[in-house]
Design a protein around this ligand. Structure first.
Ligand SMILES: Nc1ncnc2c1ncn2[C@@H]1O[C@H](COP(=O)(O)OP(=O)(O)OP(=O)(O)O)[C@@H](O)[C@H]1O
Length: 599
């Protein structure tokens, strides 16, 4: 094991201790006892055989027999005790590791990590180091410890009879150990090399089983195409595995032949030594059992070391995720976030998602005054949603700053900032929860406050829809989970989901800033009119930012901002922008003419 591997094993040991000190100590005691058992049995057997060969009386035989009975009892019970301790220790360690991992993942307050394929790979491997994979990690290390003790006991016994033979058996094992370790390294490298293919395979197979994708997959006849991609990725991964398995089988067979040869030579030597009177019958028993036991323990040790090292590689990914720095810039001058009194200012904000990506925002200067309703319009890809994500501090500007009453957003904890906002994203979530919970998760403190949830639903035009569901607000909105009384859940239409998402944003009452990104894109004309009428009243006197392609919905805003090519190209009231006959006026005229033609 390399020094890094050893360090990881020590860290894991510390975590086991934290997860359950009593269980860990018990496991250590049982491991040592189980490890010493084979050598103890060999020596008790030797004493018995020698007593029998010397034709001793019941007195001489009683001791070894009693010892063998006790050892037999221990051999019967210890595996079950070990099994229980192991399962309990795995459960506790699993809890601890999952808790650590998801606390760290939640600690990444921005979005950039989740858009980084290298991080996603690391995270996928790290999540494998929890759950079922924890068994081999801990039990592999304890088994390794037990087998090393067994090995030391048996090799020691052998050395008493023939140091040369003990040395020979030990030396014969070295190539096996080296070969196994090198194979394990290759396997780890192969798995790392396959991670992209594995991710693609998971992606294709999830499309084949995903209810959301089922419509398009069937309509476009994508089933065979996706199936052949899954099989293609699997085949290429299996090809690499097959090559390695073949190499492993060949190496192991050659090494097993070497071990058999060594033990054959040893046995012949012991038999001739007994014939010439240099060894007793008991000695030969010790010798034969020790050689066989040593080789078995050696193979098991190598196997355990390989399993433990494989498991430690997974644990390594866990540790790497844990060691990652926060994704957002740490505050230079930590500040408290004041209640919004003046407004939010974007000062020469430049932004791109990555150094290799093009600029999305190029020097945006904008003020959202306190109490004003601001509308953001622009063509697809103009950067509207990106600007919203910066306001929520999912990313920091690449250059420039966003100031909240003069305080740089980089200087305040993101959670504090987000607690001051109600936001409806363009790509909102639909939770497989009840209707009430779908709204209430917008404000966890209001999850049990039905009046508040109903008020938000009413404002979003969702109240009537929810009331007409089989169990009203308690109806489970899911095709995956069952609702009350084991009924299959109900699924809403796109526009109905959107109203619930809007209610979720609005349940956060009295926030400093309300952001709505396309709140009515999926609503029918009547609902859209009604929702915007209510929102207009609701936004009155509150600071809000509305993004919409439906220009009729933004004409009443105090300030309309037109974004184009990552810059603000125009801003003003509806009347002002129409009078200037610029980009907004053209967009508005295009939309209006469409309606006029239809009319
Ligand atoms: N996570 C991301 N990583 C890299 N590029 C992104 C990401 N999200 C958006 N972009 C790019 O940023 C640009 C602006 O996208 P954005 O979603 O902000 O536009 P938008 O104005 O909201 O468009 P729409 O009207 O279509 O919603 C686009 O060119 C898009 O490809």
């Amino acid at each position: 094991m390399t020094s890094a591997g050893l360090r990881r094993a020590v860290t894991l040991g510390r975590l086991c201790w934290r997860a359950g000190p009593v269980i860990t100590v018990s496991q250590l005691v049982v491991t040592v006892a189980a490890g010493l058992l084979p050598a103890a049995v060999v020596w008790a057997t030797k004493l018995l055989v020698d007593a029998l060969a010397a034709e001793g009386g019941p007195h001489e035989v009683l001791g070894p027999v009693a010892a063998l009975v006790g050892l037999g009892l221990a051999a019967g019970v210890l595996p079950h005790v070990t099994g229980y301790l192991r399962a309990e220790s795995d459960r506790r360690l699993d809890l601890l590791l999952q808790d650590r991992l998801y606390t760290r993942v939640n600690g990444f307050q921005g979005l950039s990590r989740f858009e980084d394929p290298a991080f996603l790979d690391e995270l996928r491997m790290a999540t494998q180091a929890t759950g079922g994979a924890m068994g081999p990690i801990t039990s592999g290390l304890f088994d390794l410890g037990r087998n090393v003790i067994t090995l030391a006991g048996l090799l020691g016994s052998l050395a008493v009879l023939s140091p040369l033979m003990a040395g020979l058996v030990a030396v014969a094992a070295l190539p096996t150990l080296a070969a196994r370790m090198s194979l394990e390294k290759r396997r780890a490298k192969m798995i790392a090399g396959q991670s992209e293919a594995a991710r693609r395979q998971i992606f294709y197979s999830s499309l084949l089983t995903d209810v959301e994708a089922a419509k398009e997959v069937r309509l476009f006849g994508l089933g065979d195409f996706l199936r052949s991609r899954v099989i293609g990725e699997l085949t290429s991964m299996q090809r690499a595995e097959r090559r390695l398995d073949g190499r492993e089988a060949l190496t192991q067979s050659a090494l097993a032949t070497l071990s058999a040869l060594v033990s054959g030579i040893g046995l012949a030597w012991a038999a001739y030594s007994a014939l010439s009177g240099r060894l007793t019958l008991g000695d030969v028993t010790v010798f034969a059992a020790s050689v066989a036991g040593t080789q078995a323990a050696l193979i098991a040790t190598v196997e355990n070391a390989a399993n433990a090292s494989h498991a430690l590689i997974l644990f390594h990914h866990h540790e790497r995720v844990m060691a990652l720095a926060d994704d957002l810039t740490p505050p230079r001058a930590p500040a408290a976030l004041p209640p919004l009194g003046r407004g939010i200012e974007l000062r020469d904000v430049w932004f791109r998602y990555d150094d290799d990506h093009p600029w999305v925002l190029r020097g945006v200067n904008l003020t959202i005054p306190h109490g004003a309703s601001v509308a953001l319009v622009g063509l697809n890809g103009a950067g509207k949603s990106t600007l919203i994500k910066l306001l929520c501090r999912f990313y920091d500007p690449s250059r420039g700053a966003i100031l909240w009453d003069g305080v740089d957003l980089r200087d305040v904890p993101p959670a504090e900032l987000r607690a001051r906002m109600g936001v409806l994203f363009q790509d909102y979530m639909s939770y497989d929860l009840t209707a009430a919970e779908n709204i209430g998760v917008g404000e966890l403190a209001a999850l049990a406050d039905r009046t508040r949830i109903e008020t938000a639903a009413e404002l979003a035009g969702a109240d009537q829809i929810v009331r007409s569901l089989p169990h009203g607000y308690d109806t489970t909105l899911s095709r995956i989970f069952f609702g009350p009384e084991d009924e299959a859940g109900v699924v809403l239409s796109g526009g109905q989901w959107q109203r619930l998402a809007l209610a979720r944003a609005l349940v956060r009452e009295n926030r400093d800033l309300l952001i709505l990104d396309e709140p009515s894109s999926g609503l029918d004309a009547e609902a859209e009119y009604e929702v915007h009428r209510r929102l207009r009243e609701h936004r009155e006197g509150r600071t809000s930012l509305l993004v919409s392609h439906r220009l009729g919905a933004v004409r009443d805003a105090d300030l309309i901002v037109v974004l184009g090519d990552g810059k603000i190209v125009e801003q003003g009231t509806h009347d002002h922008l129409i009078a200037t006959r610029g980009r907004y006026a053209r967009l508005f005229e295009t939309q209006a003419s469409g309606y006029r033609v239809e009319a």
